[in-house]
Design a protein around this ligand. Structure first.
Ligand code: HDD
Length: 714
């Protein structure tokens, strides 16, 4: 078949050079090429397309050729510039936390904290500071899915009036390792195995569990990583933590230790594992889309900043070393004081320019906030700056708009380098100088390091105070509800079932015996494994630690359906009154109704009105909703009973412990989905408008946990 002859000989002789005819389409001026393609041309508000150097471009559809069917010419500078730039569009992805989602917002202080820190952003009640936040998964590559079982990054850049402060945290308050020198090993083990290049974005493989089972200090973090915290329903429904102990320093130089917490306004919520697996297929961008949609609809995600503040006396008395990043301080021992709120109210304008190029560095701190000697933090303070140079390619990455300080000017004598944007004026590029030019130090306002005493021999030694690897792992486990404990056991079983080397499974269970005998037995049984001897422990597990209820997600549920979504599966003839009442009840709750229709064009409801679909049934499976409603006519119920996607919609909603609202018309579908006989308190009547509010009220529990033992046996 001959190729399209855009600009063929006779066309080339056409008076406008490209064989194009200009046509009007709406308000836009469009050109139609000889091959029929339509494109916009400049005019009115539409600017002229130019090269990077401003030369106007006449034809962006055809490269320059010697004759219409002849070879391309090197002379075509526009073509070469365009392809050259395209070839260099990608930069190295982050070695960890490659997949992320960012947004702009602000932090608002509730009070002045001047008695404990001189950090400018905490000095005045009601003060607002601009922020940029990037959430991320850790192990997966940039194009991986949003819902692997993984830690989530929670990095916040505060553009304060005294410089940028980066709080680069996670959604878990502890870490896998105690010393930064182990980080490359941890990450190598967690990411794809190097010989085969898989598995992607998951830790369910031999290398990860080999490393972990040989690294007892990771056991506390493993409890968190195997808990529901690792599969959040939404980035808006998870906590965040600064992890390390930091220091606040006030104007008098007095230091107070501080641990940072982020508490989500909408409460915590997670998915169940089978749901996560399916969401990754149905919508790999599930978390990104959710954050984007929430901000775009004006339902701004919000967290409160919480502080655990304590002094040296407390640190000396506390049962664990506060410099050990594998330990928490239970909230029951040092309460979390809420000091401000973080609101995300603006999506990025450009993903690459902002979310990709944002450079968080733990060492970006401000007067009044200082480091401690936590060896993980000390190592991070080197790694982040170094990694940005690799990723962004120049020491001038602070000049990229998202990284520039916004709250204050910045001046120094650093100069030049790749991609320098600033045009520094004047003769002096050093100081002191006698030209009277340039900035100078300011002892009063400048950052001063807290003069903590340091002594000791130079050694490579882990302190004995870091040696207890099991007690807090146990404390986390016993603080969970029975349901959550079951999920930890199931997660360990799932992951270890993917491990092909039996000795690694056994070694892992030997650690569990030091955490909780019941957990070890459960996992051993589920793996059909003989219970091994407990792993040798540097220190015996403390059995005296009290439960910390703050560690459970279920015990701290929001008791609200706010910010959540109901997916209503509808058919022609669906009761219009029920749908209207459901929508109203959800809006009153601050939640949303999404219509899932057999066809995207929508349905004709009982009153003859037309209701458009938000999703076609196979594009909107129940896993993407928090609860579901079946609003069907008699015929609709019978028709959808024959539709496998509709059966999956119902069967999954039931298996994932969701609240289901339905009327008798849904019976054939419930039967075909195999759940009719098992209807329980989580399947609610939604037959008339008056049922809508009670249904939404029931949904506040988020899941009908009582069902779990009936749908999950192994
Ligand atoms: Fe890290 C990225 C959080 C330990 C080295 N880390 C990165 C990000 C987050 C964290 C949220 C993504 C930032 C963004 O969105 O751009 N990392 C943590 C936490 C840790 C931690 C909470 C332990 C408490 N990290 C850690 C260690 C090292 C690193 C011990 C190295 C010694 N982390 C990096 C890095 C990354 C990074 C290689 C990759 C991309 C980047 O920095 O900007 O420097």
């Amino acid at each position: 078949m001959p190729p399209h002859r855009h600009g063929s000989k006779d066309v080339a002789s056409n008076s406008n050079g490209g064989g194009r005819k200009t046509v009007r389409f709406g308000d836009q001026e469009l050109a139609r090429g000889q091959g029929g393609e339509v494109h916009q041309v400049a005019g009115g508000d539409t600017p002229v397309l130019t090269t990077n150097l401003g030369t106007p471009v006449s034809d962006d559809q055809n490269s320059l050729r010697a004759g219409a069917r002849g070879p391309s010419l090197l002379e075509d500078f526009h073509f070469r510039e365009k392809i050259f730039h395209f070839d260099h569009e990608r930069i190295p992805e982050r070695v960890v936390h490659a997949r992320g989602m960012g947004a702009h917002g602000y932090f608002e202080s509730y009070d002045s904290l001047s008695d404990i820190t001189r950090a400018d952003l905490f000095q005045r009640k009601g003060e607002k500071t601009e922020v940029f936040v990037r959430f991320s998964t850790v192990a997966g590559n940039k194009g991986s899915a949003d819902l692997p079982r993984d830690v989530r990054g929670f990095a916040v850049k505060f553009y304060t009036k005294e410089g940028n402060w980066d709080l680069v945290g996670n959604n878990m308050p502890v870490f896998f390792i105690q010393d930064a020198i182990k980080f490359p090993d941890l990450i190598h083990a967690a990411k794809q195995e190097p010989d085969r290049g898989f598995p992607q974005a998951q830790t369910a493989h031999d290398n990860f569990w080999d490393f972990i089972s040989l690294t007892p200090e990771s056991m506390h973090m493993i409890m968190w990583a195997m808990s529901d915290r690792a599969i959040p329903r939404s980035l808006r429904f998870m906590e965040g933590f600064g992890v390390h102990t930091f220091r606040f320093v006030n104007a008098e130089g007095k230091s107070t230790f501080v641990k940072f917490h982020w508490k989500p306004r909408l409460g915590m919520q997670s998915v169940v594992w089978n749901e996560a697996l399916k969401i990754n297929g149905a919508d790999p961008d599930f978390h990104r889309r959710d954050l984007w949609d929430a901000i775009q609809t004006g339902d701004y995600p919000e967290w409160e900043l919480g502080l655990q503040l304590f002094d040296q006396d407390f640190a000396d008395k506390f049962g664990f070393d506060v410099l050990d990043p594998t330990k928490i301080i239970p909230e029951e021992e040092v309460p979390v004081r809420r000091v401000g709120r973080l609101v995300l109210d603006r999506v990025v304008d450009n993903f690459f320019a902002e979310t990709e190029q944002v450079a968080f560095c733990t060492q970006n701190t401000v007067p009044g906030i200082d480091f401690t000697d936590d060896p993980l933090l000390q190592g991070r303070n080197f790694s982040y700056l170094d990694t940005q140079l690799k990723r962004l390619g120049s020491p001038n990455f602070h000049e990229i708009p998202v990284n520039q300080p916004r709250g204050c000017p910045f001046h120094n004598f650093q100069r030049d380098g790749h991609m320098r944007m600033t045009v520094n004026r004047g003769r002096a590029n050093y100081q002191p100088n006698s030209w009277g030019q340039g900035p100078r130090e300011c002892p009063e306002r400048g950052f001063t390091t807290h003069p903590a005493r340091v002594e000791g021999e130079k050694v490579r030694l882990r302190p004995e105070s870091f040696a207890d690897h099991y007690s807090q792992a146990r404390q986390f486990y016993i603080s969970q509800t029975e349901i959550e404990q079951g999920h930890i056991a199931a997660a360990l079983t799932f992951e270890l079932s993917k491990v092909e080397t039996p000795a690694i499974r056994t070694r892992m269970v030997s650690h569990l015996r030091n955490i909780d005998e019941g957990l070890a037995k459960k996992v051993a049984q589920s793996l059909r494994l003989e219970l091994p001897e407990p792993a040798p422990a540097a220190m015996p597990t403390r059995m005296d630690l009290q439960k910390s209820p703050a560690l459970s997600i279920i015990l701290n549920g929001p008791d609200s359906f706010r910010g959540r979504k109901v997916g209503a599966l509808v058919s022609d003839g669906a009761d219009a009154e029920v749908l209207k009442a459901l929508k109203a009840a959800l809006e009153k709750e601050g939640a949303m109704l999404k219509i899932v229709a057999p066809m995207i064009g929508g349905i004709k409801a009982s009153d003859g009105s037309w209701i458009e679909g938000d999703e076609k049934i196979d594009g909107g499976p129940s896993v993407v909703f928090d609860a579901v409603a079946l609003v069907l006519s008699k015929d609709g119920g019978e028709m959808l009973a024959k539709e496998s996607t509709a059966r999956d919609f119902v069967a999954d909603a039931f298996a994932h412990l969701k609240f289901i609202g339905c009327s008798d018309e849904a019976a054939p579908l419930l039967k075909k989905a195999g759940v009719f006989e098992d209807r329980d308190g989580g399947v609610l009547q939604l037959a008339s408008a008056s049922d809508a509010e009670p249904f939404v009220a029931a949904c506040r529990k988020l899941r009908f946990w009582e069902r779990e033992s009936k749908v999950k046996q192994v």
